[in-house]
Design a binder for this molecule. Structure first.
Ligand SMILES: *[C@@H]1O[C@H](CO)[C@@H](O)[C@H](O)[C@H]1NC(C)=O
Ligand SMILES: *[C@@H]1O[C@H](CO)[C@@H](O)[C@H](O)[C@H]1NC(C)=O
Ligand SMILES: *[C@@H]1O[C@H](CO)[C@@H](O)[C@H](O)[C@H]1NC(C)=O
Ligand SMILES: *[C@@H]1O[C@H](CO)[C@@H](O)[C@H](O)[C@H]1NC(C)=O
Ligand SMILES: *[C@@H]1O[C@H](CO)[C@@H](O)[C@H](O)[C@H]1NC(C)=O
Ligand SMILES: *[C@@H]1O[C@H](CO)[C@@H](O)[C@H](O)[C@H]1NC(C)=O
Ligand SMILES: *[C@@H]1O[C@H](CO)[C@@H](O)[C@H](O)[C@H]1NC(C)=O
Ligand SMILES: *[C@@H]1O[C@H](CO)[C@@H](O)[C@H](O)[C@H]1NC(C)=O
Ligand SMILES: *[C@@H]1O[C@H](CO)[C@@H](O)[C@H](O)[C@H]1NC(C)=O
Ligand SMILES: *[C@@H]1O[C@H](CO)[C@@H](O)[C@H](O)[C@H]1NC(C)=O
Ligand SMILES: *[C@@H]1O[C@H](CO)[C@@H](O)[C@H](O)[C@H]1NC(C)=O
Ligand SMILES: *[C@@H]1O[C@H](CO)[C@@H](O)[C@H](O)[C@H]1NC(C)=O
Length: 416
């Protein structure tokens, strides 16, 4: 078995505007090439026992941290790639990776701390080296992309927590530098669309989530294997997700808009089923499945799958329901709903659609066929129809009255 050589690399330290948290660069090498690279700031909150009580200390990953070449590895057939950074007297932070298809993820996060280190753990009544593990981390990205999360993200490991910030990391690297393409965590996507907070304001409370407003409408299509368009869609999409927030220590509900110019579409078209897959920055994936019943000549949206990387959650958010019945329309027609519609998928996830029009079957040109409108649009259209009908009725009454009046006066002339 070939021994991998891991080499501690250059360490960059820089000071954040507030807090003086160092960013550390860590690199694991196998042969001549780099397989894992991480640039990150980390701070740890550790609770330990003293003889009379418990105490919690904050420790940050110092810029003198180095990669432990003995335990780090690029992975072999039976072991996963592992980045182990050591610091101080016997403390260590470990990140283990795995890949599945075109995704890689951090499978577990380990923190080892040495309670004999009295400078960090004064009055500890134990001298043990404690190891804590978190095996649902929720850091994942597409192969050949860099995972980026500038926003702080906190992970609980036993009685300790690890908070990463300014994080850029990549495993299963194909070059020696971080890939320029980034998989951006959800927290960064939310903060980039929000107005930046001014540096002067002190953070007293957790920022109240600002509603993202109506999402922009995107145009998406799917091509056949022979290159012709086979599915058309245009809509604004908003995810409504509930998940356990690590930073707030409770389950929160969040609205997240899809940004059309950061979203790519793909999918497939078959005789009785079609799928539209929307991917935003390689970190949010929405899969719509449409089913056609050739007997009734009706189609509907039968399934929705969501996979989203919420940096503040314990694991990637995933939700799927394949027995839905939404957007029902007739073969050869498109389905339209201008009004906002809520598609409940699972209790923790629903999808809000805005100004939607789709046609998953029998697309012959790049234009939508005649639309069947949703009930809500029809109801909204009813108001002008009623007003119009009332006006038309009024005009008719006036006209009849005039004609009758004219006929009478005409008759009157004749008698004279
Ligand atoms: C590493 O580089 C050296 C010289 O640059 C080369 O001789 C050697 O074959 C390389 N090893 C691997 C595993 O690529
Ligand atoms: C503190 O001591 C109690 C009692 O021995 C033990 O259950 C607990 O795990 C200890 N806590 C830590 C953080 O070591
Ligand atoms: C450390 O202190 C806790 C109480 O704070 C106590 O329960 C525990 O037994 C002590 N452990 C040792 C090794 O003395
Ligand atoms: C823990 O810290 C003590 C004192 O700093 C040191 O003597 C010991 O070697 C450390 N343990 C490990 C496993 O490094
Ligand atoms: C890989 O992903 C697929 C689907 O996303 C899943 O069914 C499978 O269990 C995963 N495999 C591993 C080893 O995690
Ligand atoms: C971390 O995950 C790897 C697999 O990726 C596993 O082999 C290892 O045992 C895990 N470590 C711990 C401490 O759970
Ligand atoms: C990643 O990039 C390398 C080199 O550019 C390429 O050989 C490999 O196929 C890519 N992997 C994926 C999953 O795109
Ligand atoms: C493309 O494929 C579809 C079915 O897969 C077929 O109906 C259509 O005629 C093909 N168009 C061309 C130009 O080959
Ligand atoms: C999270 O909240 C629960 C109760 O809501 C509390 O018991 C626990 O200590 C909290 N954890 C942290 C890390 O604040
Ligand atoms: C996306 O669109 C917004 C406004 O619609 C624009 O400000 C932004 O620069 C665009 N981003 C990209 C990557 O095109
Ligand atoms: C989307 O869902 C359909 C139906 O469940 C499935 O066949 C397809 O593989 C999915 N696409 C992706 C990219 O997951
Ligand atoms: C198709 O529609 C017919 C008539 O509405 C219905 O009897 C049949 O069960 C449907 N088939 C499927 C697969 O849903």
């Amino acid at each position: 078995m070939k021994g991998y050589q891991a080499v501690a690399a250059l360490i960059i330290a820089w000071f954040a505007l507030i807090g003086c948290i160092q960013a550390v660069t860590l690199e694991v090498n196998g042969g001549n090439s780099t397989c894992i690279k991480a640039e990150l700031s980390a701070s740890f909150s550790i609770t330990y026992n003293t003889s009379s009580s418990t105490r919690t200390v904050q420790v940050s990953l110092p810029d003198s941290s180095t990669v432990d070449t003995g335990s780090s590895s690029c992975g072999t057939d039976d072991s996963a790639p592992w980045l182990v950074a050591v610091f101080g007297p016997g403390h260590a932070l470990g990140l283990s990776f795995s890949r599945n298809g075109s995704l890689y993820s951090v499978t577990n996060l380990t923190l080892q701390y040495n309670l004999s280190d009295t400078s960090n753990f004064p009055e500890a009544n134990s001298s043990d080296v404690v190891t804590v593990v978190s095996d649902s981390v929720g850091i994942w990205a597409t192969i050949n992309t860099t995972y980026r999360c500038v926003s702080p993200s906190t992970f609980a490991l036993g009685g300790a927590t690890v908070t990463f910030s300014d994080m850029r990391l990549e495993a299963y690297m194909s070059g020696n530098d971080l890939s320029p393409t980034e998989s951006v965590c959800m927290a960064d996507q939310a903060t980039t669309s929000a107005p930046p907070t001014t540096a002067g304001t002190t953070t007293t409370a957790a920022p109240a989530p600002t509603p993202p407003g109506t999402p922009e409408r995107g145009r998406y299509f799917v091509n056949n294997s022979n290159g012709t368009v086979c599915l058309l869609a245009q809509m604004g999409l908003q995810l409504n997700v509930s998940y356990f927030s690590l930073s707030q220590n409770k389950t929160i509900q969040e609205l997240v808009n899809l940004t059309p110019n950061l979203t790519t579409s793909s999918g497939s078209c078959e005789a009785s089923s079609a799928s539209l897959v929307l991917t935003q920055e390689r970190i949010t994936m929405l899969n719509f499945t449409f089913t056609l019943n050739s007997t009734s000549k009706k189609y509907h949206l039968s399934g929705i799958t969501l996979l989203a990387n919420l940096s503040d959650a314990t694991a990637p958010f995933s939700a799927s329901n394949s027995s839905l019945d939404y957007l029902r329309s007739t073969q050869g027609r498109s389905y339209m709903c201008i009004a906002e519609q809520t598609l409940a998928v699972v209790p923790t996830f629903s999808l809000n659609t805005f100004r939607l029009q789709v046609q998953p079957f029998e697309v012959t040109t790049d234009q939508f066929a005649t639309a069947e409108e949703c009930q809500m649009d029809q109801d909204q259209m009813l108001i002008p129809i009623i007003v119009g009908a009332a006006l038309a009725g009024l005009v008719l009454i006036v006209l009849i009255a005039y004609l009758i009046g004219r006929k009478r006066s005409h008759a009157g002339y004749q008698t004279i």
